[in-house]
Write a protein that binds this ligand. Structure first.
Ligand SMILES: Cc1ncc(COP(=O)(O)O)c(C=O)c1O
Length: 441
């Protein structure tokens, strides 16, 4: 009898037994090309020797020391490494164990920052519809995916939500791209005005929306306008780069391509690349300074923050990115991945949109291209594509509710940064066959 409380208790999961580069191999010996790096996690594939050796070395030296007593060498070195390449002005790194924790830390730190600087009337956070920031209660409250929130609503703090930047469906036909971005920034500003500009703490957004929308990049200028709105009202801009950060879009931080700098940025998946559970919240120097000058104590913390082995693993991952030029590789091979996806799937009658950046792509399915009509959610189109792909030995990350939390289907493609061109061919070929099989059955 199976005693694991699995994610889905109606599903049977194969046992993942070993990893070999971008492939996972199950206990029966079947090989799966990891076309989504799990959930955009395993950027270095599943058997990177340098990272494994770094973990072993740290385990031999020191597995763990509680952060209320000590700092550790790998934590200090990882913070240095991250700050050296972080968006301008980032000076401190708060380490946690995953993406949700990174968001929780950012939310609490944002509130405490204002308390420390004498603006304790600030109490509201604004998020965006159709965003995902994690499953802990604070992160879930900021997230805007209705299906995920619904049954937990009574437990969630009150967060305002504005529109996502989702050009494929939400830019009006008579609107320019610039006009669309401006309309969204205006909506944010109106929401800040409605809540009272002196009472808003932060605006939280994924730079490129991952799981819930399917790799949707912002339109040009959107984030520059958002930055201006936040600055006008002293509102902090917290970017969630848990999924889209650490090279996934072809730059180490996705916001580099927007030409803006956030007040805090949350990272996780590509930080440890799945070799250890780790996340982090990077903060502007002035935020840390306010705490240092004030109470001196960020009233937060978990037992495993800054775990020595997790930090050693992430340090090895980040150094590997640099030594092997992997972010540049994502940028250049990403062009070919896009071309392959468009060629293989672009004219399929049920593929409505292909969007993304670097090694981060979403394929959105529609019942009819002209009207962008969605499929009946009961058909579970996205789950069927996943199942067909699995049969063929390909992992892609499916999601339903793309449009409004209920309607819409997409799959996410996010291969490890180490894949070869031949493996990108394999990925697109298997995805194409999975899509064809889904719609022919
Ligand atoms: C954008 C984003 N933020 C936060 C999270 C939560 O991260 P975790 O599952 O590590 O708690 C995720 C996870 O998918 C995510 O994609």
């Amino acid at each position: 009898m199976d005693h694991v409380f699995h994610r889905n208790s109606k599903s049977a999961y194969p046992i993942a037994a070993t990893g070999e580069g971008p492939y996972l191999i199950d206990a029966a010996g079947k090989r799966y090309l990891d076309g989504s790096s799990g959930a955009a996690v395993s950027c270095l594939g599943h058997s990177d020797r340098d990272v494994i050796e770094a973990i072993k070395r740290q385990l031999e030296r020191l597995p763990y020391a509680h952060t209320s007593f000590f700092s550790t060498e790998p934590m200090e070195a990882l913070a240095d490494e991250l700050i050296a390449r972080a968006p301008a002005g980032m000076q401190r790194v708060y380490f946690v164990s995953g993406g949700s924790e990174a968001i929780e830390a950012a939310l609490k730190l944002a509130r405490q920052y204002f308390v420390e600087i004498g603006q304790d009337q600030r109490r509201y956070v604004i998020g965006r519809r159709q965003s995902y920031h994690g499953n802990t209660l604070g992160a879930l409250a900021v997230g805007g995916n209705m299906w995920r929130r619904q049954q937990f609503q009574p437990l969630l703090v009150d967060v305002a939500h504005v529109a996502p930047c989702y050009e494929y469906r939400e830019r009006n036909s008579d609107e320019t791209v610039e006009g669309y971005g401006r309309r969204l920034a205006n909506e944010l500003e109106a929401e800040i005005q409605r809540l009272g500009p002196e009472s808003v703490i932060a605006f939280v957004a994924e730079t490129v929306v991952g799981a819930t929308l399917g790799a949707v990049p912002p339109v040009p200028e959107y984030f520059r306008l958002v930055r201006e709105v936040c600055d006008r009202h002293g509102v902090l801009l917290i970017l969630d780069e848990v999924m889209c950060g650490m090279g996934r879009t072809g730059s180490l931080y996705a916001c580099e391509q927007e030409g803006i700098v956030p007040d805090m940025v949350c990272i996780a998946k590509g930080l440890g690349a799945g070799y250890q559970p780790i996340g982090a919240t990077l903060v502007q120097g002035r935020i840390h300074d306010a705490i240092q000058r004030g109470s001196g104590f960020f009233q937060h913390g978990h037992t495993y923050i800054g775990h020595a082995v997790a930090c050693a693993a992430a340090l090895a991952v980040q150094r590997t990115f640099v030594e092997r030029g992997l972010v540049e590789r994502v940028r250049s091979l990403g062009v070919g991945l896009e071309a392959r996806l468009r060629e293989r799937l672009g004219s399929h009658p049920h593929v409505g949109d292909i969007r993304g950046r670097g090694f981060f792509w979403g394929v959105e399915f529609v019942a009819e291209r002209a009207t962008k009509a969605t499929f009946d959610p009961a058909l579970k189109i996205n789950a069927r594509v996943k199942a067909e792909a699995l049969q063929l030995g390909l992992l892609c990350y499916p999601m339903g509710g793309t449009v409004d939390g209920v309607r819409g289907d997409h799959v996410l493609i996010a291969p490890p940064y180490i894949v070869t061109e031949a493996q990108l061919d394999e990925l697109t070929d298997k995805l194409g066959r999975a899509v064809e099989a889904t719609f022919s059955s």
